[in-house]
Ligand binder design. Structure first.
Ligand SMILES: Cc1cc2nc3c(=O)[nH]c(=O)nc-3n(C[C@H](O)[C@H](O)[C@H](O)COP(=O)(O)OP(=O)(O)OC[C@H]3O[C@@H](n4cnc5c(N)ncnc54)[C@H](O)[C@@H]3O)c2cc1C
Ligand code: FES
Length: 280
């Protein structure tokens, strides 16, 4: 029998490309030096040598075997150091950790994806998973928002490439809080993309919703979805808590009785709706 891999031991991954998505968000393409697979919704711990490690959800397609991408917003020590790295350096990855989106429950249904800011990262991995087997799903409605057009990540894919490529199955609703002289789309908070949803999803009580974004956005989107008739068990949220071990040992990531790293990070709203302070 092969020895079990040590979950605390980072494995080398070479940074090969850095893509600037917005003034504060970059996508990092990594080539793991050992075989690495994940499912959409799971996360990794990424080590910047000499600085530390932090959790991120891969944003590339799980079907992509050559490389792995993470999309990272610069907020503090590890993320700032990462943003300053040039291609060519060796990083470390641990994982994948946590539970993925339960795709078997999505089959045959209309899927609503709602994302904001860097919360679009796990949703890109999910979207690319769904469209790779799009015959399994009835329809995909992708709603997303950003503060301004400059802050919208995966811009080319969301505004041009994907709507053309998947026009038979997917519909996009994109908004910004504040437009600029070139913006021709919606202006308003991401909840405005959920107006008149019945035009795309006639019976929301049978539909699945997947939401990821800043806590305040997830809160208001969830309330709106419930108001529209979504069932709590059909709303999937990606929860974030401060993390350390990633494997359910240190207790840093408690959410009520749950460890976000082990029992999440994807939770159906029904599982956590009665816990205090779930929105952080
Ligand atoms: C499961 C999971 C998946 C994540 N996926 C992504 C992703 O794909 N892209 C992305 O940009 N970010 C993601 N995050 C958030 C990311 O882990 C934090 O932004 C990062 O740990 C900050 O590290 P830092 O050293 O740069 O900041 P620090 O110097 O540690 O702190 C800067 C600020 O960020 C806050 N912070 C620190 N750690 C976290 C954390 N884990 N969650 C929330 N706030 C935190 C601190 O309270 C402080 O306000 C994810 C977090 C979790 C738990
Ligand atoms: S990060 Fe250690 S228990 Fe979750």
């Amino acid at each position: 029998m092969l020895p079990k891999k040590n979950p605390y031991q980072p494995r080398p991954a070479k940074l090969v490309e850095v893509i600037e998505e917005s003034p504060t968000i970059k996508t990092f393409r990594l080539i793991p030096q050992e075989e690495f697979t994940f499912e959409a919704g799971q996360f990794i711990e990424l080590t910047v040598p000499g600085v530390g490690e932090a959790p991120f959800t891969p944003s590339s397609s799980p079907f992509e075997k050559e490389y792995l991408e993470v999309t990272v917003m610069r907020v503090g020590r590890v993320t700032s150091a990462l943003h300053n790295l040039p291609p060519g350096v060796m990083l470390g990855i641990r994982g994948p950790f946590g539970n993925p989106y339960p795709l078997e429950k999505f089959e045959g249904k209309e899927i609503l994806i709602v994302g904001g800011g860097v919360g679009l990262a796990p949703l890109r991995a999910l979207f690319l998973t769904l469209v790779a087997e799009k015959e399994k799903y009835k329809k995909i409605v992708f709603c997303c928002g950003a503060r301004t057009p400059k802050d919208l990540i995966y811009k080319e894919s969301i505004l041009e490439k994907w709507p053309k490529e998947y026009s038979d199955k997917v519909c996009f609703r994109v908004t910004v809080d504040q437009g600029d002289e070139n913006w021709k789309g919606r202006v308003g908070l991401v909840t405005c993309t959920l107006e008149n949803l019945e035009e795309e999803i006639p019976d929301v009580s049978q539909s699945i919703a997947v939401v990821c974004g800043p806590p305040i956005m997830m809160k208001f989107v969830t309330l709106k979805l419930l108001d529209e008739g979504y069932k709590p068990e059909n709303i999937y949220l990606s929860m974030e808590r401060n993390m350390s071990c990633g494997v359910g040992k240190c207790g840093h990531c408690m959410l009520g009785p749950y460890y976000v790293c082990k029992d999440g990070p994807v939770f159906p709203y029904s599982k956590i709706m009665n816990l205090p302070n779930i929105w952080g």
